[in-house]
Design a protein around this ligand. Structure first.
Ligand code: THG
Length: 266
């Protein structure tokens, strides 16, 4: 099943930041309940936008969300100390978002992850920056898988984020990541592929049609999870339709259910 990581609880979004500043728990609870009802598998929680407040904001968000969460949280921070604090608070086995090959982050994350039951998003980022070719993405994914295996995290708990880059910068950025996803899945069929999609359309108009079309292509390549807005009915309809077309919807059952519920419109 395709897993949607609901991206809305992020203090870079204006309304969420306002709610966090005012400690408006009801706004956050309503939003999370809507994401759950829309079919999210995880609720991403990112409190990174208010510099100097991330720890306290993350703590408040988890306290606010956890009592009404029916699905696990995706704890989203580049700061290993924030992830460690958040991990201690959660009741359900979380998604940790994320580890990367950046030396400082990697070296702080590995001892913390050792022996933990969790799912982990692993970014194909290192101290050289963004990957420059599909081989580069595949090589970084291999290093991440090996290092995570070595501390006891099995492939089915690893979610590789290949890092989508803007097609407006270079017309090969789409096929670069699509080829990489195929390469990673050929080598590690049980590893998941996830990530944000919206970087693909950076700098272009009508971004949503680009993001929606790209997610369908990524699903063909092997993406089986994404960090998206589950309340965006059009992208959710694209995900369900692509799942059916890729043979993952027996008797077209979920597609037909979506149509009857009014969630899938041509
Ligand atoms: N990979 C991983 N984690 C991630 C990302 C990724 N976490 C953060 C981000 N990228 C995914 N989350 C969001 C959350 C909100 C928005 C986009 C990505 C969002 N953006 C609005 C827009 O694009 O129009 C602007 C913000 C606003 O509403 O003001 O909402 O790639 N592992």
């Amino acid at each position: 099943m395709f897993e949607v990581i609901g991206e809305r609880i992020n203090t870079s979004r204006k309304n969420v930041q306002e709610a966090v500043v005012k400690r408006d728990a009801q706004y956050i609870v309503d939003d999370v309940q809507q994401q759950q009802a829309a079919g999210a598998s995880f609720i991403d929680v990112n409190a990174g936008a208010r510099i100097g407040h991330e720890t306290e904001d993350m703590k408040w968000l988890i306290e606010t969300i956890q009592p009404i969460a029916t699905i696990p949280l995706s704890l989203d921070s580049p700061d290993p100390a924030v992830l460690e604090m958040a991990f201690q608070m959660v009741e359900k086995t979380p998604m940790i978002n994320s580890i990367s090959l950046e030396k400082e982050r990697f070296e702080a994350m590995i001892p913390f992850l050792k022996g933990k039951a969790c799912k982990i998003i692993a970014l194909c980022m290192d101290d050289q920056g963004m990957p420059g070719s599909s081989d580069d993405i595949v090589q970084r994914a291999e290093t991440l898988v090996k290092e995570l295996n070595a501390i006891g995290i099995e492939n089915s708990s690893i979610y590789i984020d290949p890092l989508v880059q803007p097609i407006s910068v270079e017309s090969t950025k789409g096929i670069m990541v699509l080829d990489a996803v195929r390469g990673i899945k050929a080598k590690y069929p049980d590893v998941h592929i996830t990530g944000g999609l919206s970087n693909i359309s950076y700098g272009l108009p009508q971004r949503k049609i680009i993001n929606r079309t790209f997610i369908a292509l990524m699903m063909d390549a092997g993406m089986d999870s994404a960090i998206i807005d589950p309340l965006d009915e059009k992208i959710m309809a694209t995900v369900k339709t692509a799942d059916m077309l890729l043979g993952r919807d027996a008797f077209c059952g979920n597609f037909l259910k979506g149509v009857r519920a009014g969630a899938i419109l041509g």
